[in-house]
Every structure is written in C-alpha cells, then in structure tokens.
Design a protein around this ligand. Structure first.
Ligand code: PLP
Length: 393
C-alpha cells in the first residue's frame, strides 16, 4: 500500500544531493579513499567533564521520569546566567527561556505559533534549510531574501516589497552565518529591530555559531541590540560550542510572549529533554570554558590551511571570522553541482554545492572544517595537485 502523502509533505523540496551521493558510492566502489568536507558536525568529542556529569546524573532515578517540557528551572537559570556573563543580556528564566530538543526543533516549530496558511516568512537564501521547511510545514510561504557577497551576505531589508512586508509574520536571520561564514554588524541588527517594529514581524535569530570565532572577534547576540527583546527571540544550543550535536539540547530566549507560545506548543508535542542531558548542558554552560578556546584555535588552524590552499590555486578569499565553514565561489564555467562533481572525480574530495542552501547559493560551494587535520591536509594536497588551473593569470 502506498498512501497519498499530505500536501505539506509533497511541498517539501526534493532532495538535491542524490546525484552526488551516487557518484560518491561509485568512487568508493572503485576503491577511492573518499574524504568528505560536506558535513557540518564537530569531529572532536564532548569535553570529559561534561560527559562525567551526565554519567553521574544517569544514576539518579529522579532523572528517569518525564522532564518538564519547558526545561528544569536550574537549566533555564544556567542559560540566563550564561547570557548575562557572555553578552550582558538579562533574561528571566521563568518567562524568557525555554528548553528545546536542539535548536533545530524550535526553529522548525516556531512557525506553528505565528504562521497561518498564506502568511509570509522572510527567509535568508542561501540558508539553513529548516527556516523554509518549517514555514512550509506550517502552511506558510517563504519569501527568500538573497544574501549577496556585495552586501557582506546580509539581507537588504529595504528591498522587501511593501505588500510582502505587510504579510510577513516572521524573519529568520543567522549570524555568524551558515553557510557563508558571514558576521553581522551591530548596525545591521539595529536595522532589523526597526524593520520588525515597523512591520510587526517576529525576528528569529539563529545564533548557533556565536562561540566559534577567530582572530579576537566576539560575535554579539541579537538580544544585545536595543529593543531586540520587544521584537525577537534567539535560538541557540550547546551543539557547536561543546561538540554536543548528538545530545539534542538547546534553547529559545528573548521575547516572553514568543518564548511562552513556543513552550505552549511544545507541551502538546514533546515532553522535554532528558534531565541527565539538561544537567550536562548546565555543566557545559557554567563550567570551565578552556575547551571552547581550544576548539576555536583548532578550527582557526584548519581554516588557514584551507583558505591558503585555495588562494594558492588562484582564489582570492578572505578568511572568515567565525563558523567552521568556508564559502567559496566556483570557478568560471562551472555550476555549483558540476564543480562539486569535478572535484570529487579528480580528487575523491566531497564539497557541498551551494545550490543545496537555496537558489542564491548557486555559484558557490561550502567546505566544512569539521574533519581531522591530517585528513583535511590530505584533501588539500590532492586539490593542489589535481585541480586547475581555473583562473587566468
Ligand atoms: C548546526 C546548526 C544549528 C544547531 O542545531 P542543533 O539542533 O542545536 O544541534 C542551528 N542552526 C544552524 C544554522 C546550524 O548550522
């Protein structure tokens, strides 16, 4: 029996990487040692002191029962304290913090709180696919905001047509940015607050990479912006900061109405995060932070290796100040897919075609730095030896 799928499922965009995955399988079958630079998932383990705390909490029967959907107050307090220490942002743990099963879960669900069928959501392109997909699943219509190199990969809000702005209920932004590695200025955030106030739009800022930054740069929280709490919420998690992507715990903070609406929705869908995991996250946020520094230093070294290699091949890339991604224009004469296929064919290295992040991602590819240094070095030396020349001297 094959059941008729709901329209909201049919409307989800088709999977774009089927062809390249087939090519990867072919290469592997030929005995090629394929190196993937495609996946954005930390390769080093969760710090020991966090694991230890979870192990202890596993033994406590109090943690074996249903957690509260919003998260333990001690967890929400730890998030609020971290925001105060890190950003100077004050949050009320009871009304302005809610736990999430990873920030992806909240990003996907927030549209259910504010979007009725026919409503518009402003979504960055290229961008994390969940912003658009969550909108579609709630019956809304994504309106894509192009992120252009000439604007520093920040959306031009003044270019949003008046009728679209009027229909828009939410705006997603994400800085430091996946996939472009771009960062936001405080002026940009201030402009977002003005725009959101004027059009009564809920701003949803995804701050997943706020702690992965280099060269002395400290990314701000959107909530540092004057007036931000009136118009916005921020999604974040321990995933990228503490190598905890598999643990599934995050939070939404900011505007109390929006935080509580999301919490209310979630009590009807899930039963929160395993308390042993909440305890581990408390330890991550309030314990020693040396690991974060070491992590950034490790990614910085990898970033330098990749950017220097590509620049030697003729690119003219500026080193990104944050995230573990390098966003690179494809050479003349290629599409993002044809270039990824050529790189795979000639070197056995997998890069992600930019089209996977939206129409505006066409013309780019993404390299992820979440792969051990020796493997990354091997990938770079293969590229150096087997690719190009792509650019005229
Ligand atoms: C990795 C990532 C997240 C974090 O997802 P979690 O569900 O918290 O693990 C959120 N947004 C973006 C853009 C990401 O790349």
């Amino acid at each position: 029996m094959r059941f008729q799928e709901a329209k909201r499922i049919e409307k989800l965009p088709p999977y774009l990487f089927a062809r390249i995955e087939k090519l990867i399988e072919e290469k592997k079958a030929q005995g090629v040692d394929v190196i993937s630079l495609g996946i954005g998932d930390p390769d080093t383990p969760t710090p020991q002191h966090i694991i230890k705390r979870a192990q202890e909490e596993l033994e406590n029967p109090a943690n074996h029962q249903y957690p509260s959907s919003a998260g333990m107050l001690s967890y929400r307090q730890a998030v609020a304290d971290w925001y105060d220490r890190r950003f100077g942002v004050q949050l009320d743990p009871e009304s302005e913090v809610v736990s999430l099963i990873g920030s992806k879960e909240g990003i996907a669900h927030i549209a259910w709180c504010y979007v009725d069928p026919g409503d518009v959501v402003l979504v960055p392109d290229p961008g994390y696919p969940v912003y658009g997909q969550g909108t579609i699943l709630a019956g809304g219509e994504p309106y894509y905001l192009p992120l252009k190199a000439e604007n520093g990969f920040l959306p031009d809000l003044s270019a949003v047509p008046e009728d679209i702005a009027r229909r828009a209920k939410m705006l997603f932004i994400n800085y430091p940015n996946n996939p472009t590695g771009a960062i936001a200025t405080k002026e940009f955030f201030a402009g977002v607050v003005d725009f959101a106030r004027k059009h009564e739009i809920l701003v949803c800022h995804d701050a997943a990479y706020s702690e992965i930054a280099f060269d002395g740069y400290r990314p701000p929280s959107f909530l540092e912006t004057p007036g931000a709490k009136e118009v916005g919420i921020e999604f974040h998690s321990v995933s990228k900061t503490y190598n905890m992507t598999g643990w599934r715990i995050g939070w939404a903070v900011g505007n109390s109405g929006a935080v509580q609406a999301l919490g209310r929705l979630k009590t009807n869908i899930d039963s929160g995060v395993f308390q042993a995991v909440q305890h581990a996250a408390i330890t991550a946020l309030s314990g020693p932070q040396d690991n974060v520094k070491e992590l950034c230093e490790m990614y910085r070294e990898r970033r330098d290796l990749v950017v220097d290699t590509l620049n030697n091949l003729g690119w003219n890339l500026v080193k990104p100040k944050a995230t573990f991604y390098i966003w690179v224009p494809v050479p003349p004469g290629y599409t993002s897919t044809s270039f990824a296929e050529e790189v795979l064919d000639k070197t056995g290295v997998v890069i992600t075609p930019g089209i996977g992040y939206g129409q505006e991602g066409e013309g780019y590819f993404r390299i992820s730095l979440t792969i051990p240094k020796e493997r990354l070095a091997e990938a770079m030396s293969r590229m150096k030896e087997n690719l190009g020349p792509f650019f005229e001297k």
